[in-house]
Write a protein that binds this ligand. Structure first.
Ligand SMILES: [Zn+2]
Length: 68
């Protein structure tokens, strides 16, 4: 299964609230939150880097369990 990060962002000022982990091309985060299909995404390779901050803690814990 391939994953990517998708942003949960503030609709008013466009600031990223959290990065969530979703299945590649999906909008349902691992933590269960439905994200905007138009929200920005970035490669899962950036997970754990500054580019992925602030990262959703629930997604982080679940992602660690999915990826050896
Ligand atoms: Zn999440």
């Amino acid at each position: 299964m391939a994953y990517e990060m998708r942003a949960e962002y503030d609709a008013e000022d466009g600031a990223v609230r959290h990065w969530h982990m979703v299945e590649d091309g999906g909008v349902r985060a691992l933590c269960g939150r439905d994200l905007d299909p138009g929200a920005p995404t970035q490669s899962a390779d950036a997970w754990g880097s500054e580019a992925a901050e602030p990262f959703c803690h629930s997604c982080g814990a679940l992602y660690l369990r999915q990826v050896p």
